[in-house]
Design a binder for this molecule. Sequence first.
Ligand code: SF4
Length: 386
Amino acid sequence: MTSLPSADDRSIRDAHGSARVSPDWVRISYASAMALRFRSGRFTRPFDFGGINLLLNYDDGCLSDCGYCGLARSRAGAYEEKSFIRVEWPLVETDELIARMREREDKLSRLCISMVTHGRAFEDTMEISRKIRAEVKTPLSILVAPPVLNEGRLREMKHAGVDMIGIGVDAVTEALFHKTRTDVPKGGLDWNQYWDVVGLSREIFGPWKVNCHLLVGLGENDADLFGLFDSLASRQIFSYLFCFNAEPESRMADHQKSTIKRWRRVQLGKFLLEERGYGIDSFRFDGDGMLSAMKIDEAEVEKVVSEGMAFMTNGCPGEGGEPGCTRPMGSWRAAEEPRDYPWKPHGDDLAEIRAQLDLPEVIGDGGSYAQPTGRRVPPVAGRFAE
Ligand code: SF4
């Protein structure tokens, strides 16, 4: 993506000194700004893009302080200058945004409002959701802020026409959650409360209408990840995978991201477990809990790699099950090779993926193969018409 930052619409104050905050103003992802012509620029490769991501905006920002996040309270810099997932999020007027979404509705696949931890976040999310629902039919997700939610508020969201709920669990073990999100300088979060909101959301929104965002590379091992993929699938809750990629000047700015080999194997194993029905017993982990073998028929693994779906961005689907939210910069920077693909990888992409996987190390050791179970998770990357 190319970037054309403008000082004017980054400022949180207008010409009269009034704060440009939610619900009247929201930030949108740079890719959304390009799709809705707030910004010029193009993707490194053309693909259909219809997932519009909104982020609430306040002059005192997000009141949480997660170690890896660009919006964390203790990260240096004024809030309006902070990036979120390493790119600029332009500030736009909500009414103008909704008008542009209505004009381009036929090209949109999924809308999402990301809440932040703030006292006004719930009421502002509801106001923006109701306005969107009155004007645009594209399915709406909310990436919620559990500290400001309860059962009644989740029911209000459902009643207002919200289709799916996302929960940014990010850290997949309680210890890591504590280290990165609870035991922090300012504004710690509560692991149990996050999981209470996951459970309530599942109860209220139903099967496959709730997802948990999970980060690879915060310090967890593969057994932690696969265990969570398995338990969430058994509850008919989606796992959406993200790759940790350090945000400059955050407290984890120097933390290394996962190796590409590990990341690709986690993507592949997750797909085999979820969408090909291989049970957790089909995967072997070494003494450090890292994936050491997949007891799965080589031809089946080969077929999955060749299809490429396993390596696409996980996200909420469009109305017809097609890829909806593809967050092009969710896990990698524009100057880097994709970690997850917002398009279906093919040709050179697949050759690269294959080399990165180094499959002979983890399959085909001659032992017996596991058989798939009957359980299938719906696609987390949507499906294209063949
Ligand atoms: S996948 Fe996209 S639409 Fe779904 S909750 Fe996450 S950010 Fe929102």
